[in-house]
Design a protein around this ligand. Sequence first.
Ligand SMILES: [Zn+2]
Ligand SMILES: [Zn+2]
Length: 375
Amino acid sequence: MKKKRILFFLLGIIVVYALWLGIEIVRFRTFGEPGSDKDSLEIQGSYHIHTILSDGRKTPEKIAELASRSSLDFIILVDHGAPNFESLATAGWKHGTLVLSGSELSVSRGHLVALGFRTPASPFSQIAENAAFQIKSLGGISIIAHPYSKVSWSWGEPIGYDGLEIINANSILKSSLFRIVPLLPSILVKPEYTLLKMLERPEKNLKKWDDLNRSHPTFGFFSVDAHLFYKPLVPLLQLHVLLKKPLSGEFELASRQVISALRQGRFYNAIDSAALANGFRFWAQNGQKKIQMGERAFLDPNASLHIQTAFPFDSEIRLIHNGKMIMVTAEKNIVYRPETAGFYRVEAYLKERTPLSRDIPWILSNPIFFQEKNL
Ligand SMILES: [Zn+2]
Ligand SMILES: [Zn+2]
């Protein structure tokens, strides 16, 4: 009799748990359809992907096919190597997706991603500073990968790396696996839900990013760092690149369009698996002149900052100046008159039902830099 009661009790717990998890998963829905309502000057893609040419599990071909099904315009492979020549050779158009290929270098200070460089005659230096210089002299850009996780970055004198990873999905998945154990069965039904639940606010990265921007423009990157589990992981975090002309069909040209936008900071990051972020805009205006993310503008009584979020759901916009939050609003079209020099950037947070924790920036813009006119 006692055994039976215990059995019923356990069964009850399982039923309540299954119901709770079921409701949680059903409540989760992404806003918007991938690929719909596209502006030809905004393209989106996924950055930091490993293939079988280093420690990943799928071929570039297969990953491009998955990316294409998620309506991604581009993917950026960064197999390990100094550089990884075999992986570089796989770049091109595959399944209608632009496949760019860089490399993730293991250098003296940690892992450094190199993109858009001309093929070097000999391997890159293992000294971080020298490698960054070589990448730059070959026309490429360097991004500090996962600075506070996996192989942490050891900071020396700032020498002007082009970018810093703000979120690295792979490190977060490893560190928060234990925390989400009760939700694990959801991985079989809705893996995107599980991944979103695992994300954590990248507090240290955001702080460091702001510190770096005080001395040198450094752009923020959301990185999937995918080695396996590509289908839900690759579209989880996306870079939204703003082009000056629609993406060329010619590979070399298209590749230059994306790399130069990344080099100039003309992109924003978003957790698109939580809600599609296309259409977000952040720019400055000085008379007729439009200043894009990553660019410099002069402080002037006519200068204004503009934030546009035409989303059919509630979001919270935070304007950050030199690392300090100076405005929070739920408005969708914001005009702000900057009175102080420095760098301004935007974070957007989802306010409607979402598995994403409320303190994780759903959208992260790159900064616009204002300087005094008489300097
Ligand atoms: Zn790495
Ligand atoms: Zn990696």
